[in-house]
Design a protein around this ligand. Structure first.
Ligand code: PLP
Length: 409
C-alpha cells in the first residue's frame, strides 16, 4: 500500500489528492430550473401559489411523506427549527428536562435551550450512538419525559433496547435524523420510530439545499400544530395536503407562528433529490465499503461497525485513532490536511460536537467518561457522493503513508 518513492507534502512533496472530499452536492439541473422559474415569476413564498397543487413546498412535503411512508411532512427553514417546533408541539415548558445525546452537534442542545428546557445528556457508546442503558438510568434518575435523540453521523443505537426504554418510561420520542437519510433498522426507516422525525436539508446533508428542514409525523394533531408553529396563519393551511380541516379550524388561533417556513426556492432545489437518494446511498455504500477494506486492520485505526440490523447511508466515515498520543493524533490531522484530506477529531480543539464546549448548558460541566473516551481520538471523514472508487484508493494510500510518517517520528 505504501508508495515509498513519494515524499509527503510536509517533506516538500506533491499532494496526490486532486479532489475535495468535503465539496457539497450541486443542485440537479431540474432543481435549478424550478428555482429560477420560481424566482423569475416572483413566487418565492410557499403560500403565494393559488392552490396547493401549484406549491413546490406542498408537493415536496407530499413526496417526502410518500418516500418515508408517513402521513405528514412539514417543510421548515432548518432542522433546528423542525426540532424546536417538535418540542413546542409536544408541550415542552420552560425548565422541563429533555433526554438527549452527549455526543451530537451543538444545534441539538441549542434547540433545547431555545425552548428554555434543560438537556439531560446521555452517554454515547463506542460506535457514537446513544447508550440505551444510560438512557434508562437517566430517565429513572431525572423523571424526564421527552427524548430528543440524534443519529449522529448516521450511527444507530440498538433500537429495540431504546424503544424498550421509551416504552418503560412512557417517553415522547423525537428523532433527529439530520444525518440519517435512507437509514433503516430491521427494514424500518429511521424517523418513523418516534412521534416526530426531523431532517436537515443543509448543504452537507443527504438532501441538500443550503438550508432547510423536514418535520415528519403520523399524528394528525402534531402535524396541524407544526404547520401553525412554522408560520401558517388565517386559512393558509388549506395550501397543505392531508390536513384535517376540523382540527385546523379549532387550532388556528391558539398557536403562535414562529416564521420557520420552508421557502419555494428551497423546495425547488430539493424536488428532484428525493428520487436520487437511493442512487446516492449506493455510491456512498460502495465507497465506504472499499475504503473500509483498505484501512481496516491498520494498527492505528479502529472502525466500530454498525449492528447487523442497521442499513446505513454511509456518507461519512468515523474511526478511532488508537495507539497514538494526543500530540501525534493532532499531527496526523495536520499532515492529512496538508495532503488535501481535511478531517476533524470530535474531542479536540473546541469542537462543536464535544459537549464540554456547550457552555450555555449546565450539563457541559458533567464528567461523562464513556462519551469523552469515545470522542477523544474519534476522526471524522466526509465522503461526498461525487467521490469515486479511485478516490477511495487514494485516500487509503494517503492514510497509510501519513500514519507511517507519524509512527516514524
Ligand atoms: C446532528 C445534527 N442535528 C441537527 C442539526 C441541525 O440542522 P440544521 O442546520 O438544518 O438546523 C445538525 C446540523 O448540522 C446536526 O449535525
Amino acid at each position: 500500500m505504501r508508495d515509498d518513492s513519494r515524499r509527503l507534502v510536509i517533506d516538500g512533496g506533491q499532494s496526490i489528492v486532486d479532489f475535495d472530499n468535503k465539496a457539497f452536492k450541486p443542485i440537479p439541473q431540474e432543481g435549478i430550473d424550478l428555482a429560477v422559474s420560481a424566482m423569475s415569476r416572483g413566487v418565492m413564498y410557499r403560500y403565494q401559489p393559488k392552490q396547493k397543487e401549484l406549491s413546490l413546498t406542498a408537493k415536496l412535503e407530499r413526496s417526502f411523506s410518500q418516500y418515508i411512508g408517513v402521513k405528514h411532512t412539514v417543510g421548515t427553514n432548518s432542522c433546528g427549527s423542525a426540532m424546536y417546533i417538535a418540542l413546542n408541539v409536544v408541550g415542552v415548558q420552560p425548565g422541563d428536562k429533555i433526554l438527549t445525546n452527549a455526543f451530537t452537534f451543538h444545534a441539538v442542545p441549542s434547540v433545547i435551550h431555545h425552548a428554555r428546557a434543560v438537556p439531560v445528556l446521555v452517554e454515547s457508546n463506542r460506535e457514537w450512538a446513544m447508550d440505551a442503558e444510560d438512557l434508562d438510568k437517566k430517565a429513572t434518575e431525572t423523571g424526564a419525559k421527552i427524548l430528543l435523540m440524534s443519529y449522529m453521523r448516521g450511527h444507530v443505537p440498538d433500537m429495540d433496547a431504546v424503544m424498550a426504554v421509551v416504552k418503560k418510561h412512557n417517553l415522547i420520542f423525537i428523532e433527529d435524523c439530520a444525518h440519517a437519510y435512507a437509514t433503516l433498522w430491521n427494514g424500518q426507516m429511521l424517523g418513523t420510530f418516534g412521534e416526530i422525525g426531523c431532517f436537515s436539508t443543509q448543504s452537507s446533508k443527504g438532501l441538500s439545499a443550503g438550508e432547510g428542514g423536514l418535520y415528519i409525523t403520523n399524528n394528525d394533531e402534531y402535524a396541524a400544530k407544526a404547520v401553525l408553529y412554522a408560520g401558517s396563519y388565517e386559512r393558509l393551511w388549506t395550501k397543505h395536503f392531508d390536513l384535517d380541516a376540523e382540527l385546523m379550524n379549532r387550532l388556528q388561533n391558539q398557536i403562535p407562528g414562529y416564521s420557520m417556513r420552508m421557502q419555494e426556492v428551497t423546495a425547488a432545489m430539493l424536488t428532484p433529490q428525493i428520487e436520487r437518494l437511493e442512487y446516492i446511498k449506493n455510491t456512498h455504500v460502495e465507497n465506504w465499503n472499499l475504503l473500509h477494506s483498505l484501512i481496516d486492520g491498520h494498527a492505528n485505526i479502529e472502525i466500530p461497525m454498525p449492528l447487523p440490523q442497521v442499513d446505513s447511508f454511509c456518507d461519512t466515515m468515523q474511526f478511532h485513532l488508537v495507539g497514538l498520543s494526543r500530540e501525534k493524533a493532532d499531527q496526523f490531522i495536520d499532515v492529512m490536511k496538508m495532503e488535501g484530506i481535511p478531517m476533524q477529531i470530535f474531542g479536540a480543539k473546541r469542537n462543536a460536537r464535544d459537549y464540554r464546549q456547550w457552555e450555555y448548558v449546565e450539563a457541559h460541566k458533567e464528567e461523562l467518561g464513556e462519551t469523552i473516551a469515545n470522542i477523544e481520538f474519534a476522526c471524522d471523514l466526509s465522503l461526498q457522493p461525487h467521490l469515486t472508487l479511485e478516490n477511495m484508493r487514494t485516500i487509503a494510500q494517503v492514510f497509510h503513508e501519513v500514519l507511517a510518517y507519524i509512527n516514524a517520528q
